[in-house]
Write a protein that binds this ligand. Structure first.
Ligand code: AMP
Length: 444
């Protein structure tokens, strides 16, 4: 199959050829004809599958062939993304695909001045990539009208809900014309996403390009058990031993990112960090330098790392496991992209055992464990498997109660003195799902 057989017009074929896209990826092969035929889509596709071109290319074709010229302050296609980085990334791809088309494209997001964005929107934009909060701000300030909207894309919809954008999505939904085409992309499909899809989509075609919730199989994944306090030391040891050239490292918190970057820089290692506390320009600079291989180790939180598209990134390290198991899939999706192979290593300490178990259950696999010599943990990481079981040591027989004993009462959970108690079931974010007024909607 070629892009030409999917019915794409010549200017798009030329742009794809320039980018070196020879054959459509599975998600593109399914999505492109469906979008061209005007269908709504509900697509389960992870980052790295080529999903951006899957929605953007046919959408650009429809905008070129159908519909009126864009009016002042209007947009004809809106692509909603969870983070600024992803918005930038998606916009960069859209602009490349649209290179030979008479269409305008633009990206808006928070954290930067709104005025230049308002100016840019004055003439209208054919394709607008936006984060939900900034889009609403622009709409409320009358800088944006949505009555010309033909297509809405929800990219990484699961992430938008995870980041708490459900209310913004409900507000945006109320601003949209009823007659439109809607394309929803999500790496994972929870009940909340299905509910959202039920409200936003009209008779959607479902596309699933890899087994649901299963991490990319081009990525070799393994776990190194280690004590929490020795993680940084182990990281440096593995890095030197494996002669890692470029690594994207995930830490759980902003402080965690800063602490690891400080430690690495202190050892003369070329490292930088990105997290939500850093200004947008600083984050972008770190990202650009990493992409240009000027930075060897980039340490990031989940939110900041969204939308990173780095070709041939061989290695992802989970310095901390993610609290939300789905994030594991997003993280390791940074490597093994577009057919390349990659490696994802997780440094896991005893109190992350429930997170490890949740990840194994979600990805339906038991991650291989490699004990690193001289780093064997004092606090054993209990065994886990894809069934979600955390295999604990057998309980010690209870001591008979002594009358008047002053110490804490053991309420039945036995904890070995040398082993940290597993944390309580992994914290799940509260996902609020908007309830929309779904009046009858006409199909395009
Ligand atoms: P995405 O999943 O959209 O983030 O795309 C992942 C990477 O695959 C990006 O670097 C794209 O440029 C690349 N890509 C997308 N489609 C193709 C294709 N048909 N052939 C080769 N590379 C592609």
């Amino acid at each position: 199959m070629t892009f030409a057989t999917l019915g794409l017009i010549e200017p798009l074929l030329r742009a794809l050829e320039t980018l070196g896209y020879q054959t459509p990826t599975p998600v593109q092969a399914q999505a492109i004809p469906a979008v061209l035929a005007g269908r709504d889509l509900m697509a389960a596709a992870q980052t790295g599958t080529g999903k951006t071109a899957g929605f953007a290319v046919p959408l650009l074709q429809l905008l070129t062939l159908e519909g009126p010229k864009v009016s002042a302050n209007s947009v004809r296609s809106l692509i909603l993304c969870p983070t600024r980085e992803l918005a930038e990334q998606v916009h960069a791809s859209v602009a490349q695909y649209a290179e030979h088309l008479p269409l305008t494209t633009y990206a808006v997001y928070g954290g930067v001045s709104i005025n230049p964005q308002m100016m840019k929107l004055r003439k209208g934009v054919d394709v607008l990539v936006a984060t939900p909060g900034r889009l609403i701000d622009l709409f409320r300030q009358n800088a944006l009208k949505l009555n010309q909207l033909q297509t809405l894309v929800l990219d990484e919809a699961d992430r938008m809900l995870d980041l708490g954008f459900s209310e913004e999505l409900a507000n945006i939904y109320r601003m949209l014309p009823k007659k439109r085409q809607t394309l929803l992309f999500s790496a994972t499909f929870s009940d909340d996403i299905r509910l959202l899809a039920g409200q936003m989509l009209n008779d959607p075609l479902s596309i699933e390009v890899s087994p649901r919730n299963v991490a990319a199989n081009t990525v070799k994944q393994w776990v190194v058990p280690v004590d929490k306090k020795r993680k940084a030391e182990l990281f440096v040891h593995l890095m030197r031993k494996g002669k890692w050239k470029q690594v994207l490292v995930f830490a759980k918190t902003r402080n965690g990112v800063d602490a690891l970057v400080d430690k690495l820089q202190g050892l003369g290692i070329n490292a930088d960090g990105i997290h939500g506390d850093k200004p947008q320009a600083t984050r972008q600079r770190a990202l650009d330098r990493f992409k240009a291989s000027d930075v060897q180790i980039l340490v990031a939180t989940d939110v900041a790392a969204r939308g990173l598209d780095i070709e041939d990134l061989p290695m992802v390290v989970n310095f901390d496991l993610p609290i939300v198991a789905e994030d594991y899939i997003h993280r390791i999706g940074r490597t093994g992209r577009a057919g390349n192979t990659g490696e994802a290593i997780s440094l896991v300490c005893a109190d992350e055992v429930n997170m490890l178990s949740a990840i194994e259950m979600l990805t339906r696999q038991t991650l291989a464990r490699h004990m690193e010599q001289d780093f064997e943990p004092e606090h054993r990481v209990p065994d886990t498997d894809a069934s979600g079981q955390v295999v604990k040591k057998p309980k010690k027989p209870k001591k008979p109660k002594t009358s008047g004993g002053g110490g804490k009462r053991n309420l039945g959970k036995w904890v070995d003195s040398g082993e940290a108690a597993p944390v309580e079931p992994s914290i799940k974010p509260v996902r609020k799902v908007p309830v929309f007024n779904t009046g009858p909607r006409k199909k395009k």
